[in-house]
Design a protein around this ligand. Structure first.
Ligand SMILES: O=C(O)CCC(=O)C(=O)O
Ligand SMILES: [Fe+2]
Length: 384
């Protein structure tokens, strides 16, 4: 059997086993056309992990009842920073008042972004079993697949999954984790789709490291950090997560999140949401949830826990969450970057600590308490 799939700029020829893994049905859907996303319910649930598959009755009951909100491109109140002319005062206000801002003039070619989107759709729309088999066959240092709870399951293993008393205890998301640290060691030539995807992701990672370094430089200027603190941002720690939020098949009476409320552990996270919204951020001043809409040609920069500690709590690690959508799938890509492993964070409010110590504490708390306690574990006068 021979199968050929076309994306905008490439043909993939696949034969034999790889063909079985990479091809299911001819896919006429154009990921650039949002309407095509809406035609997915007949075919796509096969590509969903079983815990996201709809009970047909439940699904069809709701599909006509729900209207998804935030795809309009109206302005939202988030601060806007121009990367080509960073206004330090505006940046300072964004970091202290919000812990998140929108970034314009980031210099990432639009073609790269649309190719990434197309590849994300193609890879994640493979049948669930095929995805599992495929990702079991490649090193997780190049790319791994997960669903349910990305923070807890980097190796792709879902935690206990249940729906109990109207609550779903896993996030309505699946995705790919891509460490960027050792690109040259990765060999995916047996998987043309993945190897192309990985190359695009590496180019994207280089852009993201450039963007993160500029932003961190400007924040360091504002905070008057010394050159000894350069290790607070180490681009070699960067990794990407590509998310697909499946259409949600539970009705509104069931509490379920695309991603439940959290802060990121990173120094900064740079998020690209494609066409469909759903991200909400907590405005610390108003203590209100704000829709962070997808605005074309902009990225969202979240400050994470490490940045809050580095700034001695002057800057905020923004609380955010992702709503489920009952009509449309949603794709996004996050770039996460951390301090170097040996880098000791020294801030007056905190005991000196490294990021690996912080990560180990988070993993321990999640395992034993079921939640991330976060920075207060490291505060000199913390509650813990
Ligand atoms: O997909 C999104 O919009 C947000 C993802 C996110 O918050 C995360 O990966 O930490
Ligand atoms: Fe996040």
């Amino acid at each position: 059997m021979q199968w050929t799939r076309r994306t905008r700029s490439r043909w993939y020829n696949c034969q034999g086993d790889i063909c079985k893994l990479l091809s299911l049905q001819p896919s006429p859907q154009n990921p650039k056309n949002p309407n095509s996303m809406q035609q997915l319910p007949e075919t796509i649930p096969e590509s969903y992990p079983p815990c996201f598959r709809p009970n047909t009755q439940q699904f069809s009951d709701q599909i006509h009842n729900e209207v998804s909100g935030n795809e309009d491109h109206q302005q939202d109140p988030l601060p806007l920073i121009d990367l080509q002319q960073i206004n330090l005062q505006k940046l300072e206000e964004a970091c202290t008042d919000w812990g998140i801002f929108r970034l314009a003039n980031h210099g990432i070619p639009p073609d790269l972004l649309s190719e990434l989107h197309e590849h994300a759709v193609r890879v994640l729309e493979m049948g669930f079993e095929s995805k599992q088999t495929l990702f079991e066959s490649i090193p997780s240092s190049s790319m791994s697949y997960f669903w349910g709870t990305p923070a807890l399951t980097p190796a792709g293993v879902a935690l206990a999954l249940y729906k109990d008393q109207g609550t779903v205890n896993y996030n309505w998301v699946e995705g790919l984790n891509i460490p960027l640290s050792q690109p040259s060691l990765v060999d995916l030539h047996h998987h043309p789709l993945l190897s192309d995807f990985r190359m695009l992701l590496e180019s994207y990672g280089i852009h993201q490291a450039r963007v993160a370094t500029s932003i961190f430089g400007a924040m360091s200027q504002n905070l008057e950090l010394s050159e000894d603190n350069e290790c607070y941002l180490s681009p070699s720690t960067g990794h990407l997560r590509v998310y697909r939020y499946p259409r949600c098949s539970f009705d509104k009476s069931t509490k379920v999140w695309g991603m439940e409320v959290h802060t990121d552990s990173s120094v900064v996270t740079i998020l690209n949401q494609f066409e469909v919204g759903g991200l909400q951020v907590l405005s610390p001043k108003e203590n209100a949830w704000i829709d962070a809409k997808p605005v074309p040609n902009t990225l969202l920069v979240h400050l994470g826990d490490m940045m809050q500690a580095i700034s001695n709590d002057k800057y905020k690690s923004v609380k955010h969450r992702v709503l489920v959508n009952r009509e449309k799938e949603r794709f996004s890509i996050g770039y996460f970057v951390f301090p170097g492993d040996d880098c000791v964070i020294q801030s007056p409010n905190y005991k000196p600590f490294t990021y690996p110590e912080f990560r180990a504490q988070v993993q321990h708390d999640v395992k034993t308490l079921g939640l991330k306690v976060g920075l207060s574990r490291f505060k000199l006068n913390g509650d813990f």
